[in-house]
Ligand binder design. Structure first.
Ligand SMILES: [Zn+2]
Length: 130
């Protein structure tokens, strides 16, 4: 069954497949992490308040993960077979090639520093700029 990556602006499935890209389902068993993914993905159709059960068909391709987001497949290394890409338990998509940069703090994927006041300040500055 052909899956499509849910990241807006991501390359099509066929191209991804030819590049050896794999698709990951959302971590539906872990709703808070699921929402973190959705905030990172920024797909307007996938709102973070949608019930988690609706995410079962949503796929994110491996283009949006860094190499360090994957578990090392020791078994594959020992047996000298192609490693099976497995995401680490805390991995969140953080690589978005087509997305314009220059908005620090807008994705919420930065290291754990939950300072609400700072984001509020940025928002306030943005309003002032407009
Ligand atoms: Zn993708």
């Amino acid at each position: 069954m052909p899956w499509r990556c849910c990241v807006p602006g991501c390359k099509g499935y066929d191209e991804a497949k030819s590049m050896g890209v794999v698709f990951h389902g959302l971590p539906t068993r872990d709703p808070p992490r699921c929402r973190t993914w959705l905030r990172a993905i920024q797909n307007p159709r996938l709102h973070e308040n949608i019930p988690v059960s609706k995410y079962s068909g949503v796929r994110v391709c491996s283009l949006h993960f860094r190499p360090e987001d994957y578990e090392e497949d020791f078994k594959a290394k020992i047996l000298n077979i192609p490693p099976k890409p497995m995401l680490k338990s805390g991995a969140v998509p953080s690589v978005f090639p087509g997305r314009p940069h220059g908005e620090p703090g807008s994705t919420g994927t930065s290291p754990p520093a939950p300072k609400r006041s700072r984001t509020q300040v940025t928002r306030f500055q943005k309003i002032q700029q407009v």
